[in-house]
Design a protein around this ligand. Structure first.
Ligand SMILES: C[S@@+](CC[C@H](N)C(=O)[O-])C[C@H]1O[C@@H](n2cnc3c(N)ncnc32)[C@H](O)[C@@H]1O
Length: 227
């Protein structure tokens, strides 16, 4: 199941509960620290001063914290993993940390000005249903930013395959929750390519959908406006 990049929701939650202690460190190592810059760029595109912001699949909270520091009025971070949320709570008590599922968000319609998802939507069992929920809780004109790993095409592709299919699973073997790092490359392979993700966003009610690629096409940021 892990090799196919598909896990039921309970499996995903348990996997993140297990890797929570090493998650931030692995992020820094795997991205050579670039993840901080990608988060800052995401927030810059999506969050306006005073906005009420939802960071869904917030994990240990780095994107929510970046939104708060960029001047958001109120930030809510939501995740279904207790252990990931526990780490987030220690980072920023000024954010409301909520345990919940992105497939059934515990918020009224149109209750946010902006929403972000960082490296999370790929793990959601039903991508389209998750994006529809995010659309539901955004006011009309509200912005959504999806930061996600994607499979690069072109010159970087062979290097990426070695890094992702060999080095990362190897790192996973010496760290707790090793299976997560086998799951990671498989889950990226089955995730829609950037053009297809843009089309899904259009289907679920976002307009003005744009994406840009970072780090030679390893990471994509999609931004859309709720219609
Ligand atoms: C790779 S981590 C990303 C964490 C954080 N957003 C970041 O930028 O580092 C993915 C997170 O998504 C959460 N997640 C996956 N599926 C979810 C769902 N259906 N509802 C809520 N959280 C979910 C996991 O628990 C995990 O913390």
């Amino acid at each position: 199941m892990v090799e196919s990049g598909r896990l039921p929701a309970d499996g995903v939650r348990q996997m993140f509960d297990r890797i929570a202690p090493v998650y931030d460190l692995m992020n820094r190592v795997m991205t050579a620290g670039l993840d901080r810059r990608w988060r800052a760029l995401t927030v810059a595109r999506v969050v306006r001063p005073g906005d009420r912001v939802l960071d869904a699949c917030c994990g240990t909270g780095d994107l929510a914290v970046a939104a708060r520091r960029a001047g958001a009025g109120a930030v809510v971070g939501l995740d279904f993993s207790d252990a990931m949320l526990e780490r987030a709570r220690h980072k920023e008590p000024g954010i409301e940390w909520v345990q919940g599922d992105v497939l059934a968000l515990p918020f009224p319609d149109a209750s946010f000005d902006a929403a972000t998802v960082g490296f999370g939507i790929r793990n959601v069992e039903d991508l389209e249903a998750g994006l529809r929920e995010l659309r539901r809780v955004l006011r009309s004109g509200g912005r959504l930013g999806i930061l996600e790993i994607t499979t690069p095409r072109g010159v970087l592709a062979p290097f990426y395959r070695v890094w992702f299919d060999r080095v990362i699973p190897l790192l996973g073997r010496v760290l707790p929750g090793g299976s997560a790092y086998t799951y990671l490359p498989a889950s990226v392979r089955r995730f829609p390519v950037p053009e297809d993700l843009a089309a899904v966003l259009g289907r679920v009610g976002f307009g003005e959908v744009r994406f840009r690629l970072f780090a030679g096409g390893i990471v994509a940021l999609h931004v859309g406006e709720a219609r």
